[in-house]
Design a protein around this ligand. Sequence first.
Ligand code: AMP
Ligand code: MG
Length: 484
Amino acid sequence: MTLEIAFDNSYAQDLQGLYMPWQGQEWPNPQLCLLNAPLTEALGLDPVALRSASGVGLLSGHALPDSARPLAQAYAGHQFGGFSPQLGDGRALLLGEIIDPEGARWDLHLKGSGRTPFARGGDGRAVLGPVLREYLISEAMHALGVPTTRALAVCTTGDKVLRQFGPEPGAVLARIASSHLRVGTFQFFAARGDTAKLRLLLDYAIARHDPDLTATPDAALRFLEQVGARQVQLVAQWMGLGFVHGVMNTDNTTISGETIDYGPCAFMDRYDPATVFSSVDQLGRYSYGNQPAIVIWNLARLAEALLPLIDSDEKRAIRRATDVVGRLQERYRQAWLDVFAKKLGLGVPDATVIDEMHQIWVGESVDFISFFRALPEAIDGNPQSLRALFQNPEKVGPWLARYLGCIEDPTDAIAQIRAANPIYIPRNHLVEEALHAASFKDDMAPFHALLERVRRPFEPAENAADFARPAPEDAPEIVTYCGT
Ligand code: AMP
Ligand code: MG
């Protein structure tokens, strides 16, 4: 069985100067570890062929069909606030684009396919644990209705890769995205003062993500507005789930508005705006509570990069871009209120109820997910489980009274709450257990069990109470390491 796959290669054709043609590394013993069956089907790919030797050659990156034009993408970016004019895929390859049966275009991209010219000091490798983390969390995000890249497959390479705590199994992740264009992609040409190339990139991005802007006047400004709208909406959704991305550098902020690059990310169990999981984020720049400010900061960097395309008069360009960026704060606030109104089953957002809810959480270590799942009982007149989540349960009463006063139809509100609030998210302690068993005990069973739950986050399952519970109070704090 050979795999037939006809890649399109618009990025390679249209964006010269933004990549290096490159090949994947050869592996001692590449084996398919996971194939995302529902995604394979949605893309119109043949699962039998993907599981065959030629499929594994593709998914692990070392034996590609003729239609692929593998390349390492170049981009720039602000990492933890400091600008690097040249980053790029150090261990990743874009194989090409797949057009699905509905006509949508998807990048097929590998992570962990070996060193590229952009690898700097890196080894070009990925290891099984972090690759499985990306697979699991991106599937959970998709099921939760959050725009995200998606994992198509995981291959192990058959060799070991040295990481902080010793050798780990090498792995390659195959993922799809509606594109891999980032804020940092625009910063790449902007940093070089290459306005002609920048315009080409804008045209390309508009064709892929904002075709309604094709040939409109003020396309650059409107593009900034639309990317801004997608990104603040995305972060509002993260906030509603307690998701902490962990590395919100401008090279990890997409133009599409999809979540990308699941490194030291995790879901917060107990509410605390200062929550970070990344071992390298000592100052908490990318903490839960900072994410809204950071995404707007990143969008201001996109605005800067686009200035020469916004207006030939620099002062006017700055004024117009500043206006757009200035409105993002309000836009975010509205998106955030909408997210929490939905979680509370309120047809119309009530800012006081939502703000006060966040205030009563402070210092209480309230389990963020359990809080919302306890609301239906409280609406039914039994606030005990809700109160039990607080160290100072007397805080709940006044807020609850105000909240209940906003509910018009309790049955309706309860149905909305159950549809908007997951029972199962990838809880850190479960993720760690699953990744540890896979990486060091050759046991994928805990991973599959957890994946099954998080793919149906809103459906109560039998004998699955352990998946819904937070980590025990005395569980060790989870830290994730960036050297993924
Ligand atoms: P990330 O934080 O995963 O988005 O990665 C930031 C940058 O570092 C990207 O340009 C990656 O390609 C690069 N990078 C991360 N890990 C490695 C590695 N092991 N080898 C080479 N490059 C890497
Ligand atoms: Mg990245």
